[in-house]
Design a protein around this ligand. Structure first.
Ligand code: ZN
Ligand code: ZN
Length: 365
């Protein structure tokens, strides 16, 4: 004798029936047997399932004070459209991004004041000697790369970054299996146990960086990370003396989707690492909700050198704080775009992850 309950089988969606002999719910379509508590928990999860959501403040809030920005000139490159900022005593002649001449277009206006700057730690001589070392012994490298005049063209550029801070609440539901094999004289047996695994918790992200310059490709900048933010200071125009700053052309609003993507990925990776001891794990539903998000604007130091050879542009970039570099060099026919950095950091550098997890695994046989 059995009574019908209003529950669906989590494995196949068929109607479940209560089997009073074993005191469990049974699915006559796929033969699953489930405890009543587990099914109740599972249905509760499904009913409370939330979607992704993001909540960011509109823009960074720091404004220029008085005539602070008046000492800053903006130069325009008519070849690549780059706009660079220099202080009035540092005149720019060529574009750091494409090497073509730049023209003075006027005083800085219409952009936010940086909140922070990480000052250059490696000066031009250090950058040049590292570059020289890097080129040394590479006999297949075209001469144009190795000439002293070319190496002298390396430029110190502050690259604009948006730094995203946010709390995150996440719920992720997984479908997992545990598989066991055995045999006797007549048969081979395989038993598969299905689990619905649920993880919920809060994490906090600090300073997830997104490059605000279209002139510096995102993957190139992410390869230069990490930057050590503990050495950042409040921005002051004095730090620009002798260097250039790239005027951001991707605003905070348009950088949010990349920040959301990095935050979602990092959260999902961190949660996934807690689901262990199964034969297979598949994510069934994930909800990442960030709250109280704000954005800051910072300048990060990069040494940049561009060379054009055989009609192709080659970019060398070095982290102006740590000396880490990425660059592509034409070595032979096969080797081009050789990257010296891996874009693997899922948990971003400079992002501190505080993880509090509560876990619950409802077992379904
Ligand atoms: Zn079923
Ligand atoms: Zn240019």
């Amino acid at each position: 004798m059995s009574e019908v309950l209003e529950f669906k089988c989590p494995n196949c969606g068929g109607a479940l029936q209560f089997d009073s002999d074993v005191q469990e719910l049974k699915c006559e379509f796929c033969d699953s047997e489930l405890s009543v508590d587990a099914v109740k928990d599972y249905n509760e999860l499904l009913n409370n399932q939330k979607e992704d959501s993001t909540e960011w403040e509109e823009e960074p809030k720091t404004q220029w004070a008085g005539d602070e920005a008046d000492s800053l000139d903006v130069y325009l490159c008519n070849s690549c459209g780059g706009e660079i900022i220099a202080d009035a005593n540092t005149s720019a002649t060529s574009c750091p991004f494409c090497g073509n001449p730049v023209i003075l277009s006027g005083r800085l206006s219409g952009c936010f004041k940086p909140d922070y700057v990480i000052p250059f730690k490696l000066d031009k001589n250090a950058a040049k000697s590292r570059l020289f070392e890097h080129f040394k012994g590479k006999r297949l490298l075209p001469k144009v790369f190795k000439s002293q005049a070319k190496i002298d063209e390396i430029k110190g550029v502050y690259v604009p970054f948006w730094l995203f801070n946010t709390g995150v609440e996440a719920d992720i539901r997984y479908r997992a299996t545990r598989v066991r094999h055995w045999m006797d004289r007549n048969y081979n047996y395989t038993e598969t146990q299905y689990y619905s695994v649920f993880r919920a918790g809060k994490v906090a992200f600090e300073r997830v960086p997104v490059d605000g310059s279209s002139k510096m490709p995102n993957d190139l900048m992410e390869s230069l990370e990490p930057y050590d933010f503990s050495e950042a200071v409040d921005f002051n125009t004095a730090y620009l003396a002798g260097y250039f700053a790239d005027k951001y052309d991707i605003d905070a609003e348009n950088s949010k989707s990349r920040a959301n993507q990095r935050i979602k990925q990092s959260t999902e990776d961190a949660f996934r690492n807690t689901v262990i001891g199964f034969t297979s794990v598949r994510t069934e539903h994930s909800s990442i909700r960030n709250f109280n998000g704000n954005v800051k604007y910072a300048l990060y130091p990069v040494w940049v050198l561009n060379t054009t050879w055989n009609g192709q542009k080659y970019t060398f970039a070095m982290n102006g704080q740590t000396g880490k570099f990425v660059g592509n060099l034409p070595m032979d026919k096969a080797a081009f775009w050789k990257w010296f950095g891996l874009i693997t950091s899922a948990v971003t550098a400079g992002a501190f992850l505080l993880l509090f997890l509560i876990g619950r695994a409802g077992g379904f046989l």
